[in-house]
Write a protein that binds this ligand. Structure first.
Ligand code: NI
Ligand code: MN
Length: 228
């Protein structure tokens, strides 16, 4: 199956898997690096990694406009349903896997925090491993480095998407260690260059990946896509 990953800047991705459109952490209208606005995105599945504004900002409006299936940790799914009238939210938790029209999504740990924008408790932060046909994509989402990434690597990851911005997540150096542990074929950076405090030199990062790991580094500009 043809799988295409499009980066909308920051932590927002659209995965097109044979026509299924999976939107991760929609932060578009107030995302200075996004080339698209929330009203212009087509999606049938929305994945939410954690409760911070820069990950849930446009989730409810897009879910309510598109009737997309939302998948999030239980507390965030409940918040979207109760406070934002989202109709189709599946609540799950770390370690669980859910079957979706494109394949499966497994919720994996992330080392971060997760308060929702109105101060509500957002449960624990998470990442996702998507299985689409024979392919596995690991979205680490907002996280520091943690050694259980080696266990995620044992799942056989084809593409890993890692934060490199530092300050709020791991930085470039830790993402190289993460890549050695996850052993993906390809690694893409995210969660950087949105604002000055998380500016990074992606070309230098890519050189480090290429010299210190067996993975290929693919650096996208916001709006660009990578085909698996
Ligand atoms: Ni965050
Ligand atoms: Mn974030």
């Amino acid at each position: 199956m043809a799988i295409e990953l499009t980066w909308y800047g920051h932590g927002t991705w659209l995965v097109d898997a044979g026509g299924h459109k999976i939107l991760l952490d929609p932060f578009l209208n107030e995302n200075p690096s996004s080339p698209v606005k929330a009203d212009d995105v087509a999606t049938d599945t929305i994945l939410i990694s954690h409760g911070h504004f820069d990950h849930v900002a446009d989730a409810a409006s897009i879910a309510n406009r598109t009737d997309a299936q939302v998948v999030a940790i239980y507390e965030i799914a409940t918040w979207l349903s109760t406070n934002h009238a989202v109709q189709n939210a599946i609540g799950m938790n770390i370690g669980g896997q859910v079957s979706l029209p494109f394949g499966t999504a497994k919720m994996v740990p992330a080392l971060h925090s997760s308060q929702l924008p109105d101060g509500s408790y957002g449960g624990d932060p998470a990442g996702f491993v998507l299985t689409i046909g024979e392919q596995k994509i690991y979205f680490a989402c907002d996280t520091g480095l943690f050694s259980d990434m080696q266990l995620i690597g044992e799942m056989g990851i084809d593409v890993a998407v890692l934060p490199i911005g530092d300050l709020f997540t791991m930085g470039p150096e830790d993402s190289v260690t993460a890549t050695r542990w996850i052993k993906p074929t390809t690694v893409l950076p995210a969660h950087y260059n949105t604002w000055p405090p998380i500016e990074q030199d992606a070309a230098a990062w890519a050189s480090s990946i290429e010299s210190a790991t067996d993975a290929s580094a693919v650096v996208l500009q916001p709006g660009e896509s990578f085909s698996m």
